[in-house]
Design a protein around this ligand. Sequence first.
Ligand code: PHE
Length: 536
Amino acid sequence: MSDKSKNETEYSRREFLMDIGKAGGIAAMYGTMGALGMFAPPAGAAPVNFVPLTGLPKSKKGNRVIVIGAGIAGLTSAYELMKAGYSVTLLEGLDRPGGRNWTVRGGDSATETDGVTQVCKFDRNQYMNCGPARLPQHHITIEYCRELGVELEVFTNQNADAYYYNEGVGPLSGVPVRHRTAKADIYGYMSELLSKATNQGALDDTLTAADKALLTQFLTNFGNLQSGKYNGSSRRGYKVSPGAGSQSGEIDLPAYAMSELLQSRFGLNFSFEFGWDQAMLMFQPVGGMDAIPKALERAIRPKTKLVYSAKVTGIYNTTEGVQVVYEDKSNTPKQLEADFCICTIPPQVLKKIPSNLSPNVIDALGVAIPQSTGKIGLQYKRRFWEEDDKIMGGITNTNTNVSTIWYPSYGYLGKKGVVVGYYNFGANANFYSGLSPAERQEQALIQGEKIHGPSYRSELENSFSVSWIKTPFSEGGWVGWPTSGGQRVPAYDLLNKPDGNIYFAGDHLSYYIAWQAGAFDSARKVVMEIHQRVAA
Ligand code: PHE
């Protein structure tokens, strides 16, 4: 996202206003995120180069750090500080590491902020990554996986055979169309139009005769044109597949009409995979995303005091350093002192915790806008998406309230599997948040059945859903920052500085919001700042 040009940002914002509630899905989500400054370029864009911390003087005061939160930012802070010889106490509200990096498996249970508890009934070897679930190759997250020995496999973010399915948008409403089919037709028609314009002289002021010839050649290839016209092609798929002997196959024709495709808005999904962070290949840890926090935890455990089920109830700057008050597992108040604190609690949660943080810092915490997102894992006794639909991983996009359906990128050809029946944002996520677990399942089935037919209901065994806005200690999937003149507001910059001896870290303090990479980077920045201060 970080290299999006201003024009694209403006475009996203406009698209958001026009299309939200109309096309829904990815296009609307991008618009929302653009409006929240998630694609805004940073003011100075000065690179933060991480220099591993070394040379902590044994005698020097300043080597005791309390880290609050064992999500990626907290674990990474503890890990890098530990390597340099700091004495670290890590407090975590939950009984596991990872924070939003949460993989749910059979036997796990979770209680949302309204008190509703779910117990996951997935079979052994089935799981859902409730939070982060895809890693681009260029993220720092991959470097940590290498360093920590976390095994990776391909995560399928795009699949030509997954579907687009939209409602209320013209003749293709209610028709599941394969990604490849929509692309073949839309690329075909766009190529035909541009080819026509070129050859009718509309671009004569712009192109030389030689370039016109080259453009025509490109368009003929790109759109699969015949004599400048798109007539459909095998790229759409086959009615009867090619086979042995005389079975030459029958292409699935005719192509959809250009107007019905434009009305369907399928094309608004295409640019998703052009994104800096969403292009294939993408990766996932083998066995679940929580392999990352587990590996970090293993690395720090020997040298770090790690306290789970620690509910922080007070954070204070003192003349000497910091004081942190928390309740332990048995609700007994405990108090800790140290030289510095790295607080990774999300702003919307931190602002409610008693502290002596500066009033302007507390105000700044209130500026971040928590974003709603959720998922449901549907365990099926048969992998009908593979057996019947020939879909091996990847994502279906729809403007119904589920937004996306994710087919598992693991366990191919196995007996069972967990499909993510919705991964959605904003209003759609809020809608599911407001439902009971049983109602969420029912809604997800109603929508999924429209695409996959009766198996979507009949093969279901159980489900587990997460609403991030209702998840204790997180209270949001991520945050957005308001922007002004394309820049994030001053609240963002303020929280990127320490308040006395208290430092803040997390993806929300990076230009990689909603990515673990932001948390890794933010942690690295803050530990470097502390180290420089101690060394001075
Ligand atoms: N990283 C999350 C995801 O890939 C959230 C996100 C979505 C962030 C789209 C940026 C763009 O789903």
